[in-house]
Design a protein around this ligand. Structure first.
Ligand code: C5P
Length: 406
């Protein structure tokens, strides 16, 4: 059956990307009806959206003809999914507060269908405590709020706040549909359907490097790209898990359906991991910096002075702490990046850190930052060596193994 999306287009420069989203949805066989806010009309016209969606576009609550023919309650309920893209800071604040002062917000309050929001705003607005609160409220109300992309913004600043690419929003829409029971074509088998096997499970994933500051402009880091951790987080979400991805600084888009928490230092990662508990499983893929420096408040000057000595202290071992904590997830998985005697070191690491499984990889080649990975899965039952695989495939296989174990 054709799936129907009610797309609410908010007022931001990213509204132009909603046009591409409509095109992609139509190509994927999804019917789209658009609601354009007053702000949105400053960026795209109702005519553009009508032409792309091949449907009437709704702009106001106060149109007698629209009300007589359709009615805003019916409009909010006849779709299978309500998508807000771009979801502006203002629109999300109103949604979180339950304000209904125009057509878009009234529909959002009246709907009985799942809501997916793709935020887009200036980085400071995204990071503001009010927006953080509103996003947390919306998520606890059951709204799927995608993480915005990071990068240069139309306003000239850099950071998280860009609308996710239309392809990523479409993937999130499709994963919402695949999570809906009516799309499951055959009765569930014992092992469950794709998109269902991890439904109801919360899984914590750490990924990427950490940055340990030396002064306001310099830091200690490592070569981790975050690709393997992101692939695992995406594969777990595709199996229906609620995934919290605690991520160091990387240049990767957030996988669809994943809630991402950005951190920089190991200590911030440790705090974010503690806050994300409880979880049914944890996959600690991050290349956490082992040491931190005593960061100088001001940039260390090089003129005349001898090179500074870095006084390093040890960072918390997040994996070991989690494995020994009273809130320990049922399944704790660590990674071991080794350059020699890979399996031997990984086996010892499993014991030492109290992990259930260790995924060991040989990083003596181009694994860090590369596309492929050769891993050995070390469990209490022994060692399983997988052939060299793309990181996405390693993610999918590991997600399946986690689903089996849970
Ligand atoms: O001891 P090593 O760094 O090789 O251990 C790697 C594993 O431990 C990875 O799963 C990594 O995410 C985790 N780890 C951690 N906190 C640290 C160091 C490593 O969680 N401070």
């Amino acid at each position: 059956m054709t799936k129907r999306v009610l797309l609410i287009v908010g007022g931001g420069i990213a509204a132009y990307k909603a046009c591409e989203l409509i095109r992609l949805c139509r190509k994927a066989g999804i019917e789209v009806k658009c609601v354009l806010t007053a702000g949105g009309q400053h960026f795209v016209t109702p005519m553009t959206l009508a032409a792309l969606s091949e449907n009437q576009v709704y702009t106001t609550l106060w149109d007698l003809k629209d009300e007589a023919e359709m009615g805003h309650i019916q409009l909010s309920r006849e779709a299978d999914l309500v998508v807000v893209a771009p979801a502006t800071a203002d629109l999300m604040a109103k949604m979180a507060a339950g304000i209904a002062d125009d057509l878009a917000t009234t529909l959002l309050l009246a709907t009985d269908k799942p809501v997916l929001a793709a935020p887009a705003m200036n980085v400071r607005m995204w990071q503001h405590a009010a927006t953080r609160r509103n996003v947390a409220t919306l998520r606890s109300d059951g709204v799927t709020v995608l993480e915005p992309d990071e990068g240069p913004m139309a306003c000239g600043e850099y950071g998280p706040g860009r609308l996710p690419e239309p392809e990523a929003i479409l993937a999130a829409i499709q994963s919402q549909f695949s999570g809906q029971p009516e799309l499951v074509e055959s009765p569930s088998t014992g092992s469950g359907q794709a998109g269902e096997r991890l439904r109801g499970k919360h899984i914590l994933v750490t990924a990427g490097p950490t940055h340990e500051p030396i002064d306001p402009v310099r830091y200690i880091a490592n070569r981790s790209s975050g690709r393997q951790g992101y692939a695992i987080a995406g594969a777990l979400a595709a199996l229906g898990a609620k995934v919290t991805l605690v991520s160091g600084p990387v240049a990767l888009p957030t996988p669809p359906g994943v809630a991402r928490v950005d951190i920089e230092t190991a200590q911030e990662m440790a705090n974010a991991v503690a806050q994300a508990l409880p979880a049914d499983a944890a996959v600690m893929v991050a290349a956490v910096g082992d040491w931190r420096a005593e960061a100088a408040d001001q940039k260390i000057k090089k003129e005349g002075a001898a090179p500074p000595r870095l006084d390093l202290s040890e960072n918390p071992d997040i994996l070991a702490m989690l494995a020994k904590s009273p809130h320990r997830p049922g399944l704790v998985i660590g990674f071991a990046a080794e350059t020699e005697r890979v399996i031997e070191h990984a086996t010892a690491k499993r014991e030492r850190k109290g992990a259930d499984w260790i995924v060991a990889n040989d990083v003596s080649g181009d694994v860090m930052g590369g596309e492929a990975n050769t891993v050995h899965l070390v469990t209490s039952g022994g060692v399983e060596s997988w052939e060299k695989l793309p990181k996405d495939e390693v993610g999918r296989r590991l997600a399946e193994r986690i689903a089996d174990a849970l």
